[in-house]
Design a protein around this ligand. Sequence first.
Ligand code: CTP
Length: 406
Amino acid sequence: MHPDLANREIILGVTGSIAAYKACEIASRLTEAGATVRAALTQSAQEFVGAVSFEGITGNCVITSMFDPGLNPEIEHIALAKRASAFLIAPATANIIAKMAHGLADDWLSTTLLATRAPIVIAPAMNTQMYTHVATQENIATLKARGCIFVGPDAGQLACGDVGAGRLIETPAILEALVCALHVDKPLRGKKVLITSGGNHEPIDPVRFIGNRSSGKMGHALALEALRLGAEVTVVTGPHRVPLPHGVETVEVETAHEMLEAVEAHFEDCAVFIGAAAVADYRVERPALDKHKHSDAMLTLSLVPNPDIAASVSLRKRPDQITVGFAAETSHITEHAQDKLKRKHLDLIVANEVGVAESGFGTDTDRAWLIKANEAVVDLGLLAKTELAQAVFSALALNGTGSLKA
Ligand code: CTP
């Protein structure tokens, strides 16, 4: 879990939706991450889920009414409005969204939301017709313009039987949005970050391909960190196992050629390009149009090299653009990485050890080094991919004016 949540006081506003029970899991994840969680249940939320559950999960008393007998000064609404690190409304009904948009204050949650200046994250959950209604959409637009962060909803089968947008988005996406909201320093605001992620599938015939073990975890961590720093993030991703963070523009591709095409289409606008994809070095020269039939004869595939995406964009970058690459190595790690840094005209390369238990494809940690031209190699040791993503952006020397210097 992200360290940003530790020692933060999060007000979890739960409103009257069938998805209210899912807020228990959210409270649980936040508590595990070291946050102090104060759950505030509206009157209608209490029809769906019990305050006692939240009290048990968070270890804190639950706010159920503006005028609870014995409401102590610590959770008095103005005190909490001032002290909270962030508010998370999950699930958020059309009603609370409308009340917030219009400044209504008729219960503890709406009153406290009006009194706070802390970041607010809203995870809507409601019937699709209610969600797509122009009134709700206008209210959402109003709140977004005031800086509220919306996450979700997901589309799918709803409790009422309808199919469409309105399901409460999954907990990990909600927590990621909260992590982004908590990071108030946004040195990349107004900047675009372009990331390649995942692996490639190079077709052999209509049903078979050559692939690799890339999970997309590093691309995910980099995208989340870029969002946290306020960037607009585009991820061009090949096949991957880990979903990308909510709020990222995602371009799904399969082959290295498709990846190059998508990267070229987005490169012009970006301030930072990061090649985190495990790009397929080769493709089948002529993929078969029909499925290969089984036979006892040997099958030889003729492979031709793929274009080098990181090198190709680095050659045409402007002085205000930065390109970053990864070097996945099994031996002579920093030497090979230094060679790639030069050969691909990158500003920064992350060397990482692959093929060992705790580092490389599919792991949550990496053994990594940061290398810039003419500078001493920085040995980062073994660290979480999320920490590595932070180290990469710190190495780009972001400053308050939003300018970047690799
Ligand atoms: N890369 C790329 N296009 C390729 C190959 C690699 O953009 N066709 C990028 C990767 O995303 C990574 C960097 O280049 O940022 C280095 O990738 P890596 O696989 O370590 O290096 P290769 O150039 O493929 O060299 P080798 O496989 O021989 O180690």
